[in-house]
Structure formats: C-alpha cells, structure tokens
Design a protein around this ligand. Structure first.
Ligand code: FES
Length: 95
C-alpha cells in the first residue's frame, strides 16, 4: 500500500510506501525541508501536518516535550520523527 505526501510550499506530490519515514520521503523527493540532527533535538525540521495528522505515528514523549518548549500547537511535528501511514499534507516551518 502506498500513501500520498503533499509538500505544500513547493506543491510537490509524491507517493511512498505506507509507514515510510517522512525524512526519507522528503530527501528522496527533494522537498524543501532542512534537517539538522535527524534525532529530534534541534527543531530545524519542524513542520505543520495540515491534513492527515491521524495518519502519522504518535509523537514520542521526547518529541512532545521538545515541541511543547516551542509552544507548538498539536498539528506541528518534527519531520525527522514522523512516519506516514496515510495521505498527508506537510507544510515546512523550521525552528
Ligand atoms: S532534524 Fe533536528 S529535530 Fe529533526
């Protein structure tokens, strides 16, 4: 099964296997998301899941704490910590 990932800023629509890591999808597609640490500790990859938040894995307690420290609303995630299990629309925000 595949999923559709729409990167909103560049209007880039790609297909990927269900359960794939968003950072792999973004890298393969050449999406405009800046990754730094890739371990959930720098925040440069922050995105808003504009559609399909329920199709993403649950954030870990560490990711939740990090985003809370940024006062981020619940639809924001760290792209390096997200796996995608259904169609989503992603908007890159950065730190
Ligand atoms: S790349 Fe550092 S938090 Fe995602």
């Amino acid at each position: 099964m595949s999923v559709k990932v729409h990167f909103l800023l560049e209007d880039l629509l790609v297909e990927a296997p269900a359960g794939a890591a968003l950072q792999r999808i973004a890298d393969a597609a050449g999406a405009d998301i800046t990754f730094g640490c890739r371990t959930g500790s720098c925040g440069t990859c922050r995105v808003r899941v504009a559609r399909g938040l329920a199709h993403c894995n649950e954030p870990s307690p560490e990711e939740r704490d990090f985003l809370k420290g940024l006062d981020a609303p619940p639809d924001q995630r760290l792209a390096c910590q997200v796996s995608v299990h259904g169609d989503v629309d992603i908007e890159y925000l950065g730190i």
